[in-house]
Write a protein that binds this ligand. Structure first.
Ligand code: OGA
Ligand code: NI
Length: 197
């Protein structure tokens, strides 16, 4: 049997995921009535981060949270979760389990898209819970702006009827704000809203 090194498999994986993300960003751009390259160009030199989350089993899952509620700070996240499950999204004030589907990815809209789309896209609040019997692995790929990229509502989406909800900033500024806070809800995004203070 042919074997591949972890490095080979991982390199291939991140490239394939990038291709998928670029397709999704093109479709999302078009959905906003913008050029297909708009969102990816906004991300500047862009940034792609691959994580592997490992959640060990917890004898009493009520006593811990695998990952507290948050929205991702980047642009778009692709998540591959194993068959154990534990991802939840907040909908109408309730945490709803995202059942693992074989050979399917979860696509999460992250914080930069509500800003660029001037509120048309919403970032999803999500968390991960543990369980008492099985460990769980998930692979999120975070794709978004480079630190020097300038982010703000697309000019095409700002008008008298639809004024800018967020101010412009460099992504580095957003990032600093994110790390100066706990992962509590969407307080980071709120900091960049007009009239937020
Ligand atoms: C994350 C995340 C969810 C999961 O890493 O940002 O939301 O199911 N992970 O592991
Ligand atoms: Ni997340």
């Amino acid at each position: 049997m042919e074997t591949s090194s972890c490095r080979e498999v991982a390199s291939k994986y991140v490239l394939e995921i990038k291709a998928l993300i670029l397709k999704l960003l093109a479709l999302l751009s078009e959905g906003l009535g913008l050029d297909s390259g708009y969102l990816n160009e906004k991300f500047g030199k862009h940034n792609q981060i691959q994580l592997i989350n490992y959640y060990p089993p917890c004898p009493d899952p009520n006593l811990t949270l695998g990952l507290p509620g948050h929205s991702d700070r980047n642009g778009i996240t692709i998540l591959l979760q194993d068959e154990v499950g534990g991802l939840q999204v907040l909908k109408d004030g309730k945490w709803i389990i995202v059942k693992p589907e074989k050979n399917a990815f979860v696509v999460n809209i992250a914080d930069q898209l509500p800003v660029i789309s001037n509120g048309r896209f919403k970032s999803v609040e999500h968390r991960a819970i543990t369980n008492s019997t099985s460990s769980r692995i998930s692979l999120p790929t975070f794709y978004g702006p480079s630190l020097d990229a300038s982010i703000g509502p697309a000019n095409e989406l700002v008008s008298k009827e639809s004024p800018a909800i967020y101010r412009s900033y460099t992504f580095g500024e957003f990032f600093d704000r994110f790390f100066s806070q706990e992962l509590k809800g969407k307080t980071v995004l709120d900091h960049f809203k007009y009239c937020a203070e």
